[in-house]
Design a binder for this molecule. Structure first.
Ligand SMILES: *Cc1c(COP(=O)(O)O)cnc(C)c1O
Length: 284
């Protein structure tokens, strides 16, 4: 498929322009020399509005596009207390005049008197924040279940009042959101082609909700890319993580009208770098 066709793939889908594009594809000269390889960075930290979690904005282009196309006035999403996705969603909503409601699991309980980092930004972006604390013995997953139950009740109340809500899953990892990374992968291919640079041998990315991974898998399948795909977990993930990511990628392919399909063998997930847990810093 040619680059011309790539851009047409996304034309039928509502999209809100939120990012500076293309993000730089940057050769890290010193690291390349040190490591004896050729190392490039796709600088998606520079997509635009927020400081952290620039990758979320690619997904939000399609998610906010959908919200506006369907005349939603409220966007609801979920994350840990310092979630980049939640903060980027708050930023995108502020930019587009949508009300943003966040349900955040207080994995590391924030200090209400001195909010820091992304929670501080969520407040500045005008989001309505619901902090859900964990009782002793409760897991992160328990926290999310409490979020979903409370959000469901709030959505019912809001819709009874005449509002219309878009409910975005953790990380924006839905079929609509992940289309953003099919587009992101194809953007990178185009940049390489413009430089007459051969395709990469391997591509590494951090993975959390798997929305980015699924989108890249879909994009690679569309382009017939052959680089190995190595996804490094930022949090503890269960055994069905790989199959769920492949399934999400296949939903993206289906939505984009593609026949190609992917499977678990098309990528590798690394679980060995998590440390004590998601959002928990440690010396290394
Ligand atoms: C969210 C996030 C990831 C993981 O992306 P997913 O699409 O959720 O898997 C990686 N790095 C950063 C900085 C993030 O904010």
């Amino acid at each position: 498929m040619t680059d011309q066709h790539f851009s047409q793939l996304f034309a039928p889908h509502a999209r809100e322009t939120l990012i500076f594009t293309p993000t730089p594809l940057h050769r890290a000269d010193n690291l390349s020399a040190d490591l004896g390889i050729e190392l490039w960075l796709k600088r998606d930290d520079l997509t635009g509005p927020g400081v952290f979690g620039g990758n979320k904005m690619r997904k939000l282009e399609f998610l906010i596009g959908e919200a506006k196309a369907e005349k939603k006035d409220i966007v609801i999403t979920y994350g840990a207390s310092q979630s980049n996705h939640a903060m980027q969603t708050a930023a995108a909503c502020a930019r587009c005049g949508l009300k943003c409601i966040l349900y955040l699991v207080a994995l590391v309980p924030p200090n209400p008197m001195a909010p820091r980092g992304n929670i501080l930004l969520d407040i500045l972006f005008g989001a309505e924040i619901h902090l859900i604390s964990l009782e002793p013995g409760e897991t992160e997953e328990d926290g999310y279940q409490k979020c979903y139950a409370q959000a469901e009740a709030q959505i019912r109340r809001l819709e009874a009042e005449g509002h219309s809500c878009l409910n975005i899953p953790v990380g924006g990892a839905s079929t609509v959101g992940s289309m953003g990374y099919a587009a992101g992968y194809l953007e990178m291919r185009e940049q390489l082609a413009q430089m007459s640079h051969p395709p990469f041998d391997a591509m590494y990315l951090a993975t959390g909700s798997s929305g980015t991974l699924a989108g890249i898998l879909a994009g690679r399948a569309i382009a017939g890319g052959e680089e190995s795909l190595q996804a490094v977990c930022a949090g503890t993930k269960g055994g069905i993580y790989e199959s769920a990511a492949a399934e999400l990628a296949n939903e993206v392919l289906l939505r984009l009208g593609q026949h190609a399909r992917v499977g678990e063998k098309d990528f590798t997930v690394h679980r060995e770098y998590v440390g004590p847990g998601y959002e928990v810093p440690y010396p290394a």
